[in-house]
Design a protein around this ligand. Sequence first.
Ligand SMILES: [Zn+2]
Length: 221
Amino acid sequence: MVPDLDVERVYGIRTFWDLEQNQGKHTDEEWQEAMAELDMRVSQIDAFRRIAFFHHLILINNHREEIEAENPYMKEAISEALEGIYNGHGGPFGCVIVKDGRIVGRGHNRVLSIIDSTAHGEISAIRDAEKALGTHDLSGCELYTTGEPCPMCLNAILWANIEKVYYGCTISDNAGIGFRDEKFDQLSGGREAFSDFLICIDRKACQKLFEVYNSLEHVIY
Ligand SMILES: [Zn+2]
């Protein structure tokens, strides 16, 4: 048992390498070295966790294939969301932040797992990106999220100077699986002013993600 080994982290590194490999950013040698390192880390997990880990990977990979997003970054946001769903962390909301074609931050909804109503995917990804880049200013970054940002996240995105938001499911899709975004959106006066800032892409794929979430046992909050 390796106490500081985080299964999720290993999986995150793997998907990150997959993405970069698809973009031709690594030589075969670098790729093999990275995979050997990941295998080594996985082998350090005790047997029980290892079985759970691979079961988990199979489930996620099955759904990753089934949910066919076209945009590579939305694919990553969906992977984040699936990770959260299978771990029971919270709703089906995953997010990545991209700068100059590179993912600089990622996160998913953890409202249930860390008992924090503000732990939405976008907030988690913003924190991750700011930490990674060493700045609170995410100018030049774009954000990809599986669900249209709620008013809290939309404002956090604006505070962080993120330049564009691509979302999959709409606010009304969020409402369709029991989330209260619509109500909070009305309270804050709607979002008509953001049509150039909030762009809907891969909605069908994200709706499929929501279906997967809805078909599994889950807690509505
Ligand atoms: Zn939110």
